[in-house]
Design a binder for this molecule. Structure first.
Ligand code: AHR
Length: 329
């Protein structure tokens, strides 16, 4: 297990005046005093992706738990079937409602300017979680909290270069086109992978195991099985590639090495079994960071524009076996 990204650059938690006020408003018995301390509770709108896979579930549950533990009301608004319009509708409703802050995990990178400007005019801080916006106009949001996608895919390519000093053929199984995380994962990989490793295919499999199995089956057939490496941009797609390799009568980890990103238990189990070869964590557990940033933003304190969540990589069955007992997702 190797740590490669910059240490977590999280600003220290500043206990906001609002937070202290809500605590002091409680009576001696600890119950809310008559002074309407409940009205002091912050309300935050969470414009979320919704059900998407293991990583997303872990991330959204961690965010919900962190805001609950902070006694902040979090209004959860998952997208309808990943549709950005449903997110924009929820975002607008939160602005009209006058929430204290909005946290946003976007299903699309583009198309957010007018919504973000509406929140800005209403003086409602917006914190981006996991997903950035494009064009990346930093003036339109308070902060972006995410692991380093470019750094993660750079580490994956560095591992691939070492595994294939004499080169080989590879394919990329991408997330949905246009997402900031997909663009950044391509960016780090493309800038680092050696030219002796030849890309013979790349296609979106929309984070899906079933779709990735089908896509990679076709890639194997059209390349007469002459593919030695898969860069799968999330765990579910990498596990789909494992199924395709086995159905082709090949051995994953031997005939075809598969890289994935996320670091869920399913992926680390497959790495421990030798079916995956490299797993880069994309740490989803940053709910407390989101709470800290929201509290500071609502209190009018300055926060860092980009908060990089520490992630690690796993490059062997032994590393996976050592990590699995303590994994939280
Ligand atoms: O934005 C993060 C990506 O979204 C994860 O890598 C993937 O599993 C999720 O669906």
């Amino acid at each position: 297990m190797r740590t490669f990204t910059p240490l977590r650059k999280i600003a220290a938690l500043a206990v906001t005046g609002m937070f202290a006020l809500s605590v002091s408003a409680c009576g001696a018995s600890g119950s809310p005093a008559d002074s309407g301390s409940a009205s002091e509770q912050l309300t935050v709108g969470f414009v979320a992706v919704g059900p998407e896979g293991g990583w997303r579930t872990a991330n959204e549950e961690n965010i919900k738990e962190a805001f609950k533990n902070a006694d902040i009301e979090l209004k959860y608004a998952p997208a309808t079937n990943g549709d950005q319009n449903s997110q924009i509708t929820a975002f607008t409703s939160f602005v009209d409602e006058g929430v204290d802050a909005i946290v946003l995990s976007a299903t699309e990178a583009t198309g957010w300017e007018s919504s973000l400007k509406k929140a800005q005019e209403a003086e409602i801080p917006v914190v981006l979680l996991d997903r950035g916006i494009e064009p990346n106009d930093e003036s339109l949001y308070t902060s972006l909290i995410a692991p380093d996608n470019v750094g993660i895919s750079t580490a994956a390519a560095e591992w691939a270069n070492k595994q294939f000093p004499d080169g080989g053929n590879y394919v990329v199984l991408e997330g949905p086109p246009g997402l900031s995380v997909v663009n950044d994962r391509n960016k780090g990989w493309d800038a680092t992978v050696e030219s002796s490793l030849k890309k013979v295919g790349s296609q979106s499999a929309n984070w899906s195991t079933e779709e990735a199995k089908s896509v990679f089956e076709t890639m194997l057939k059209s390349n007469n099985n002459d593919i030695q490496l898969v860069f799968a941009q999330n765990d579910e797609m990498g596990l789909g590639a494992v199924q395709a390799v086995e159905e082709a009568g090949l051995t994953p980890g031997k005939d075809v090495k598969i890289i994935t990103i996320d670091g869920t238990k399913n992926a680390l189990t497959a790495l421990a079994e030798g079916k995956l070869s490299f797993v880069a964590e994309y740490n989803p557990l940053f709910g407390e960071d989101a709470v800290n940033v929201v509290k500071k933003a609502v209190a009018g304190e300055s926060v860092e524009k980009n908060i990089v969540v520490k992630s690690v990589t796993f490059d062997s069955p032994e590393a996976a076996k050592a990590a699995l007992p303590d994994r939280k997702y």
